[in-house]
Design a protein around this ligand. Structure first.
Ligand SMILES: NC(=O)c1ccc[n+]([C@@H]2O[C@H](COP(=O)([O-])OP(=O)(O)OC[C@H]3O[C@@H](n4cnc5c(N)ncnc54)[C@H](OP(=O)(O)O)[C@@H]3O)[C@@H](O)[C@H]2O)c1
Length: 299
């Protein structure tokens, strides 16, 4: 008699394993082997042969998040969904429907795998986002809003819906003022958060969040916030989704004010994924080279 061949394990089965890994991490438990998914300290998680091609592709994309352990140093993944000409919203701030449903699903997955989702004040004010994991199974991350000028109203959903823990981040000196608006439990005052130039010290923010046990950060936007993380060398990975749309004179995505010769420009190691009609670039910013010619991998 022929041995029975089992069907490959699918994306849903992988996602359940991903959630289990992240819950263990959040509980401070060390990573562990499980069926068809092994852990080695030097390599992180690895898949067995039992998985479908689709599950294997999702695993490759999210493995860097799964490999974080509870004691790891802070680690940051950012995302931007942009037009062909590098805009993340129209000039008035409309970012709806740049990317398709597949990219949105992916964003919710990244939220579920992170300890905290971070947005800038402009995104919070213009989009009034919920920043929850409602499109996927999985726990909500802590919602972090960088609002050094305390310009945001308390009526925004992140501050009022209590769907997930929220932290408004401001300078420690303005903590009491922020608390009077949104409640003390929703404020994180960081000593010396902003310098005289008004720029938020992203490392000070990371350290304060790590003090709350939030080490795996998903910086969801907008362009100004993601760019500050990159400029200050505080971003490890970037998922850049490009949609086949052209936005005239819109809000810029990455903005890095260096005037470098082409040979000195960073070329991050990359993989490319199709997501419906969009193309997602998975950029490993810690494996950047400054010379031309690093090959990218396409799936
Ligand atoms: N397509 C996408 O993927 C995507 C994702 C998210 C948002 N969006 C869109 O992007 C637009 C908003 O993005 P944006 O780039 O204009 O702004 P943003 O990054 O959302 O917010 C920028 C603001 O956040 C505060 N901030 C955050 N980090 C800072 C830092 N390191 N230093 C100083 N201030 C910091 C500052 O507030 P103050 O000025 O008050 O000091 C700054 O002006 C919206 O239209 C939204 O719809 C698109």
């Amino acid at each position: 008699m022929k041995p029975e061949t089992l069907p490959p394990l699918d994306v849903d089965a992988l996602w359940r394993r991903c959630l289990h890994i992240v819950r263990q991490r959040r509980l401070g438990e060390p990573p562990q082997d499980g069926p068809a998914l092994t852990w080695e300290a030097s390599q992180g998680f690895a898949l067995g042969d039992e998985w479908s091609a689709e599950a294997a592709e999702l695993f490759t994309l999210v493995k860097p998040l799964l490999d974080r352990t509870s004691g790891s140093t802070p680690w940051v993944i950012g995302q931007l969904g942009q037009s062909l000409n590098g805009c993340i919203a129209t000039r008035s701030g409309d970012a709806n429907y740049i990317n398709g449903a597949e990219v949105l699903l992916h964003l919710h997955r990244l939220r579920a795998l992170s300890d905290a989702v971070v947005v800038g004040a402009a995104t919070a004010g213009l989009d009034n986002p919920q920043l929850t994991t409602r499109r996927v199974e999985g726990d909500n991350p802590v919602r972090v809003v960088i609002d050094p000028a305390l310009r945001l109203p308390a009526s925004l959903r992140v501050f009022s819906d209590r769907a997930a823990p929220t932290l408004l981040v401001c300078d420690a000196e303005r903590e009491a003022e922020a608390a009077s608006r949104v409640g003390a439990d929703q404020v994180l005052g960081v000593p010396r958060l902003t310098g005289p130039d008004g720029i938020v010290d992203v490392r000070a923010l990371q350290a304060a969040l790590a003090g709350r046990g939030l080490r795996v950060l998903f910086v969801e936007g907008g362009g100004v916030t993601v760019s500050h993380f990159m400029r200050q060398g505080c971003m490890d990975r970037l998922h850049l989704s490009v949609a086949a749309v052209v936005i005239g004179d819109g809000r810029p995505g990455l903005s890095l004010p260096q005037d470098l010769s082409m040979g000195d420009c960073a070329r991050p190691a990359s993989r490319v994924y199709r997501m419906g009609g969009d193309v997602l670039w998975d950029l490993d910013l810690r494996a950047a080279t400054s010379s031309a010619g690093t090959a990218s991998t396409s799936t």
